[in-house]
Write a protein that binds this ligand. Structure first.
Ligand SMILES: C[S@@+](CC[C@H](N)C(=O)[O-])C[C@H]1O[C@@H](n2cnc3c(N)ncnc32)[C@H](O)[C@@H]1O
Length: 422
């Protein structure tokens, strides 16, 4: 931590972030509580890292808190304690400073619990680091765990849960030479991988727009469309794939339903000095003047493939939202594949992808769409750097967080390349 920034400010901001996520039921990237926004960028980066670690490891923290707490305190206290235990257990922060700052925080937000917090945290700190290492590995919520066990078996599900406990490296897509001073390695698929825990806006080349943040899996689907001239990026915001397609030289139209998310896409294009036509519309009703050579449909989904980068997701998602997402995915696929929508020209190509681990949002969607659109066929096109066992013989690629463990893992994604009838 820097000399100029007191340690308690990022800790208090991390607590405010966590509380905003759980009370507003919105993701970490969406919440903006005042103690967080009031910090300089370096403090915000530290607070965000703490909050993310808290969501990633709170299951282990709960195990350590169970005996000393005896009774579950109110959420505002519990999350302050979880944050402190995670910082001491997973991030090796010295107990003295963490406990002092947490007691100070409790004195402000729940003064009745400051004494209890102090006693509980001292007891937890006494057993570290062994108790942390020996705590049982956290599990995904039952509905998701069951679905993954059905799809991949128990061993793979446990491996996915273990991958979620590891802080992922920072993946970026470059659209030119790698700026001097950016360390890391280039993955076989072309993504540049940097060590975790960096303040992105302070990295060399960020301000100049030399790169954007994009997981290695998320960077794969657009690569199938290299060489196409006019490409429609459907469900485009915040624009990771739009930037990729534009950087590949395509004439891109980026369409999304959400104005606020399109503002982020616009800002991303401005920073990276890339170009696309931007349309705010519903893909289910919008019709282009001329059909496109290719369409990329990155459909809204459960995002269960991105839990390692968004560890708060299991707290926010439930089984209930899944049916509506599946219906939406099927309707979007039908819209793109229906010749009457005029979206893709005859003999054109369509990439369907989701950042979901659930076959019901990937493999099953494509199998059903092929039944409904008999002239459409899968294309089995290999992709440079993608291990052959990630791709099925008929073409689709499935990635999972337990893949590439020695390189730091990869998000879960499903992608299929389709050709429309000539
Ligand atoms: C998975 S995100 C897209 C991520 C984006 N492709 C990227 O790479 O940065 C899904 C997007 O679908 C958009 N969306 C959902 N329903 C839509 C619809 N009916 N028409 C257009 N966009 C829609 C959401 O606003 C959201 O931005």
């Amino acid at each position: 931590m820097s000399d100029t920034l007191p340690s308690h400010a990022p800790r208090a901001a991390a607590h405010a972030l966590v509380m905003a996520v759980v009370t507003e039921a919105r993701s970490l990237a969406e919440v903006q509580p005042r103690p967080f926004t009031a910090l300089p960028p370096e403090g915000q980066a530290r607070a965000a890292r703490l909050a993310m670690a808290c969501f990633r490891h709170h299951g282990r923290a709960d195990h350590l808190l169970r005996a000393p707490l005896r009774k579950t305190p109110p959420d505002i206290v519990l999350w302050a304690l979880r944050l402190a235990v995670v910082e001491m257990g997973a991030m090796d922060a010295p107990a003295h400073g963490v406990i002092n700052d947490t007691v100070g925080l409790l004195n402000r937000v729940a003064p009745k619990f400051a004494g209890l917090g102090n006693a509980v945290l001292r007891r937890v700190a006494d057993g570290l680091p062994d108790t942390w290492a020996n705590a049982p590995a956290p599990r995904l919520p039952g509905w998701l765990r069951g679905a993954l066990q059905n799809a991949y078996g128990n061993g793979v599900t446990v491996a996915i849960e273990a991958a979620h406990e590891i802080t992922p490296p920072l993946d970026i897509s470059l659209h030119g030479p790698c700026p001097d001073g950016l360390d890391g390695q280039t993955l076989p698929t072309g993504t540049r991988r940097l060590p975790a825990g960096q303040q992105v806006s302070a990295l060399p080349g960020y301000a100049e727009g030399a790169f954007w943040v994009q997981d290695a899996a998320s960077a794969l689907p657009a690569r199938w469309l290299s060489g196409h001239h006019r490409v429609l990026d459907l469900c485009a915001a915040p624009g990771g794939k739009t930037m990729q397609l534009a950087a590949m030289g395509a004439d891109v139209t980026a369409l999304d339903l959400s104005g606020p998310r399109l503002s982020r896409l616009r800002a991303n294009l401005a920073r990276t000095r890339l170009d696309a036509e931007i349309i705010c519309a519903d893909a289910l009703t919008w019709t282009p003047d001329t059909p496109f050579d290719a369409v990329l449909l990155d459909a809204p989904c459960s995002a269960t493939g991105t839990i390692r980068r968004h560890p708060e997701l299991p707290l926010l998602k439930t089984r209930d939202g899944l049916r509506a997402l599946r219906d939406q995915q099927a309707r979007l696929l039908d819209r793109v594949l229906d010749p009457a929508s005029g979206m893709v020209k005859p003999g054109g190509e369509v990439v369907y992808c989701t950042c979901s681990l659930l076959p019901s949002e990937g493999e099953d969607q494509i199998a059903a769409a092929l039944q409904r659109h008999p002239g459409v066929r899968l294309v089995a096109r290999p992709m440079d750097g993608v291990p052959t066992d990630w791709q099925s013989p008929d073409g689709p690629i499935r990635t999972r967080p337990d893949y590439w463990p020695e390189q730091g893992g990869i998000d879960g994604f499903y992608m299929a390349l389709l050709a429309t009838p000539t």
